[in-house]
Design a protein around this ligand. Structure first.
Ligand SMILES: Cc1cc2nc3c(=O)[nH]c(=O)nc-3n(C[C@H](O)[C@H](O)[C@H](O)COP(=O)(O)OP(=O)(O)OC[C@H]3O[C@@H](n4cnc5c(N)ncnc54)[C@H](O)[C@@H]3O)c2cc1C
Length: 438
């Protein structure tokens, strides 16, 4: 058995972990980066990196080979009407996303982390190691023991680190499950399909078909399952029917989907305490996936960077600094949209009605710009335009409508949301702050 002590132990080398490890290593920290998979490895995903994620790559000087830029998105309503959601550049993010297969993207980020000086371990974080002040490291499945001053849990939705550190309240977590497949078909824009398996009973999620490099599209179907982790079979059962819908819409010809792969998403932050003591959870481990549209890569990278910056600024107060960052940036959005997600999911008729209204010709054209900003969580840092003002109004109404609910209470109690200074529009981690508890 070998053992090692590091400044930081990062468990999981997806976008969250590799970005955290890169920032830490570039900042001079000794970093262990552990992943159970050998890279390149595949990951179920729609492969779209949103504008905030693109900005992180630019900030850190990480070019992604083979990625293609995509801008506006089409939303297809239940009546097959299409609304084009424009992708505006903000003050703190660009006006485009990147499409890149995760098998390539994650391998590139992993390589960048190793080049920055992180020591890579291909091994599973198995058993927690305890010290006087709680979790101090992990023993890996091959027996190696790794301890560190800071432990970053970047190990995805079913995080071992979060469970070991007792940071998850299973009764509150909002889960989703999605399946993706590749298909040799060109599609010009990303398409989100507000699908109905039977008329006026909205599917409890949505389907998509996104462009990819080399004329290979990524299609898939995802659902919300609230606090249950059952439902994966439903998605697998419904995927062929959804593929037929794509053919009917003229988006897909006769090409057959291949390499189908599924995965769980932990949505809306609620139920996961993101930091305590020396443990900081980032990305899916912290449940940062957008509960309205399922995006999680940008959040993974921004939170990975923020956790690393908090650790570099002051390891002893890293949990406090990181929680303040989340309270200022993601919590206001998630504490509004997670209750909305929970309220709408069991009401398929209401969702069907809303989907028809927002994709109706005149209404759709009117609401699309603000809709694009709001549901992609791009309000903070948006240009001061009319669509931004409308999106801000929608956010304010949402906050009023969800005030006083149990979920909001959870955010206030867990993160002290609302008790920190106002949001930093660059979404960088504030240095150690004056408020909040460690
Ligand atoms: C089908 C599907 C489609 C999606 N589409 C999109 C999309 O188009 N755009 C978007 O932004 N988001 C999308 N998401 C969400 C997105 O995939 C995640 O939010 C993102 O991968 C989170 O990154 P992460 O680094 O936090 O976790 P992950 O990418 O899940 O990485 C976690 C890593 O931890 C490792 N690991 C886990 N346990 C251990 C352990 N015990 N020891 C060592 N290593 C461990 C895993 O091997 C993995 O490499 C989608 C998700 C699904 C399932």
């Amino acid at each position: 058995m070998t053992a090692g002590h590091f400044d930081a132990l990062v468990v999981g080398a997806g976008p969250a972990g590799s970005i955290a490890a890169t920032v830490l290593a570039r900042g001079g920290a000794r970093v262990a980066l552990v992943d159970k998979a050998k890279f390149p490895r595949d990951k179920a995903c729609g492969d779209l990196v949103g504008p905030r994620g693109v900005q992180v790559l630019t900030d850190l000087g990480i070019p992604i080979r083979g990625a293609i830029a995509v801008g506006d998105m089409n939303v297809v309503g239940p009546t097959t009407r299409r609304v084009r959601l424009p992708c505006f550049p903000g003050r703190t993010y660009p006006g485009y996303a990147l499409a890149v297969p995760r098998v390539d993207f994650d391998a590139e980020l992993h390589e960048v982390a190793v080049e920055a000086g992180a020591e890579a371990f291909i091994d599973r974080a198995a058993e927690p190691l305890w010290g006087d002040d709680g979790l101090s490291g992990f023993s890996l499945s091959t027996g190696t023991e790794l301890r560190a001053d800071i432990i970053i849990g970047a190990d995805g939705a079913s995080s071992r680190v979060a469970t070991a550190a007792d940071l998850v309240d299973r009764t509150r977590v909002l889960w989703g499950f999605a399946l993706r497949a590749y298909v040799d078909e060109h599609v010009d824009l990303p398409h989100i399909v507000l699908w109905e398996r039977t008329p006026w009973r909205a599917f409890p999620g949505y389907g998509w078909m996104f462009p990819g490099p080399d004329g290979r599209a990524n299609l898939g179907l995802g659902i919300g399952t609230l606090s249950s982790r059952e439902g994966a079979a439903t998605v697998a059962r419904d995927l062929p029917a959804f593929v037929r819908t794509l053919r009917g819409l003229g988006l897909l010809g006769s090409a057959a989907p291949m390499r189908t792969l599924g995965g769980w998403l932990k949505l809306g932050m609620v139920g996961t305490n993101p930091a305590r003591g020396r443990v900081l959870l980032v990305g899916d481990a912290a449940g940062l996936v957008n509960p309205l549209q399922g995006e999680g890569i940008s959040q993974a990278m921004t939170s990975g960077r923020a956790a690393a910056e908090a650790a570099l600024a002051d390891p002893a107060r890293a949990a406090r600094g990181y929680r303040a960052y989340l309270a200022n940036t993601y919590a206001p959005y998630h504490s509004t949209t997670a209750p909305l997600h929970r309220a709408l999911l069991p009401r398929p008729r209401v969702v069907s009605g809303v989907a028809r209204v927002v994709t109706a010709p005149t209404v759709g054209a009117l609401v699309a710009p603000a809709w694009s900003i709001f549901w992609n969580d791009l309000l903070d840092g948006a240009q001061p335009t009319v669509p931004r003002a409308v999106a801000a109004l929608a956010a304010r109404i949402g906050r009023i409508a969800t005030a006083g609910g149990q979920m909001r209470h959870w955010f206030t109690a867990t993160l002290g949301e609302g008790s920190y200074r106002s949001a930093d529009t660059t979404r960088r981690c504030p240095d150690a702050l004056d408020h909040g508890s460690a």
